[in-house]
Write a protein that binds this ligand. Structure first.
Ligand SMILES: Cc1cc2nc3c(=O)[nH]c(=O)nc-3n(C[C@H](O)[C@H](O)[C@H](O)COP(=O)(O)OP(=O)(O)OC[C@H]3O[C@@H](n4cnc5c(N)ncnc54)[C@H](O)[C@@H]3O)c2cc1C
Length: 418
């Protein structure tokens, strides 16, 4: 570390960056380092609840936590800018607003939507990754219903109200269930000219042989039964080959009507991370050791979705749960690197998975202390409590609680405001 006060630069204020800051505040001594965090947004997005913004259960501000608050409290600096390049030899990060030198760099830039080069995905489908996506999906749903409400031809209405969600991971499953709830509990009352039993359709597609392929099979079974009951059509072992303005084509030659297509097919490494001169895995993630050091370097740390951290021969999954659990260990090793102390190896302990399945229904799998799977109202209660606890900031928690109560006992948010 060259400077009198070493400069620690954190890239990304998502799950990893935000929780790292909160742990560094406790871990570093006053004035021990100049810490700055760069993000293109001045808030940290709680993406697991983004689908609720898309389906009018929550307003956008409920899932966005202002990054300046924890940074100001810790005496750290916030820079709102786009990271354009990382020069690890010159120890400089180029941003849209100038260069930022560092002594120790922490890369927590996450990932971005992967369209796998499938024709039409980026042009015609909406994805669900950033806040603008959540707003865009809600706008597409509401404007579609507005148009359908004044369409007199029932066949045309059915076509207009065809929704396809591509990707049956947690995002696609939770979104599909919540879209159906939005229709059944709110839209049904305000669009009297639409026959909600027969006209709107939601089709969920995945190439794997079951929905939620990365999760416990029992959890996936609960989710599949619930979606079936809600009337969501599931097509598994089905690969999307093209998305058009009003259709989705599949590799087995089918053309499905899809006036609105939502792409929830997965993520890839963001280009600025993939371009950095560090060791990468075959998906472009930075290869980091058990101490989170980018391979061969003592001055670059990577974690969260942007990093490939291996345990028992497998890379840890790209999940908020992983980034949040890694953050205190990263903070510990940042402090140790600054103090030239031996580093501590990280050991990941998976907690389990939670899937919301619409109104009062969810599925929960606990990995510890005993392996247990719950469904229905108990799982839903665990799910809600868990997210309420995980959200950072009293204001956000209060908003979440009030908005959930309002959406449950009243109707969802259906004003089509950008
Ligand atoms: C809709 C959705 C639902 C999800 N649900 C779950 C769930 O239920 N459970 C779960 O465990 N995981 C879930 N995930 C995955 C989870 O969100 C990610 O694994 C997690 O966000 C990774 O944390 P991170 O800190 O690595 O990256 P992120 O949280 O994505 O943070 C990256 C940050 O970097 C910033 N950034 C990126 N590029 C640049 C740039 N060039 N310049 C400046 N800033 C930049 C972004 O603005 C962002 O704030 C979900 C993801 C999505 C999209």
């Amino acid at each position: 570390m060259s400077a009198a006060r070493p400069r620690v630069l954190i890239l990304g204020g998502g799950f990893g960056g935000l929780h790292l800051v909160r742990h560094l505040e406790r871990r570093l001594r006053h004035g021990e380092a100049d810490v700055a965090l760069v993000d293109r947004s001045n808030y940290s997005l709680f993406s697991p609840l983004l689908y609720q913004v898309a389906t009018g259960e929550l307003p956008p501000h409920a899932v966005a936590y202002p990054l300046r608050v924890p940074l100001a409290r810790a005496g750290f600096r916030f820079v709102r800018s786009e990271v354009e390049a990382i020069d690890v030899e010159a120890r400089t990060v180029r941003t849209a607003d100038g260069d930022l030198p560092y002594d120790l760099l922490v890369i927590a830039l996450g990932s971005e939507t992967n369209d796998y080069g499938i024709p039409g995905v980026s042009e015609h489908a909406v994805s669900l990754k950033w806040m603008e996506d959540g707003r865009r999906v809600r706008h597409r749903i509401l404007s579609t219903f507005e148009s359908a409400a004044i369409e007199r031809n029932a066949e045309k209405r059915r076509e207009m109200l065809s929704f396809v969600v591509a990707g049956a991971g947690p995002v696609g499953v939770e979104l599909s269930a919540s879209m159906r709830d939005l229709m059944d509990h709110t839209l049904r009352w305000i669009y009297p000219t639409i026959d909600f039993r027969h006209e709107p359709s939601i089709t969920l597609i995945d190439g794997a042989d079951r929905i939620l392929p990365a999760m416990d099979a029992r959890l996936a079974g609960i989710a599949a039964r619930r979606l079936e009951r809600l009337g969501v059509r599931m097509l598994v072992r089905t690969f999307v080959s093209e998305i058009g303005p009003t259709y989705v084509r599949t590799q087995d030659g089918r053309t499905l009507p899809a006036h609105t297509s939502v792409w929830a097919g997965g993520v890839r490494t963001i280009p600025v991370v993939a371009r950095t001169a560090l060791a990468h895995d075959d998906r472009g993630r930075i290869v980091a050791d058990a101490f989170f050091r980018a391979r061969g370097r003592d001055d670059v740390i990577a974690f969260g979705d942007a990093a490939h951290v291996e345990q028992d021969g497998k890379a840890l999954p790209q999940l908020a749960q992983v980034a949040v659990l890694e953050a205190p260990a990263v903070a510990e090793n940042v402090a140790r690197l600054l103090r030239h102390e031996p580093l501590l190896a990280y050991r990941h302990k998976r907690k389990g998975d939670l899937i919301a399945l619409g109104r009062t229904s969810a599925a929960a799998e606990f990995a510890r202390p005993v392996h247990l799977v719950l469904s229905g109202l108990p799982a839903w209660t665990v799910w809600r409590t868990n997210y309420l606890m995980q959200l950072v900031g009293a204001r956000n928690r209060g908003t979440l609680l009030v908005e959930w109560l309002l959406s449950y006992f009243s109707r969802r948010i259906v004003t089509d405001i950008a």
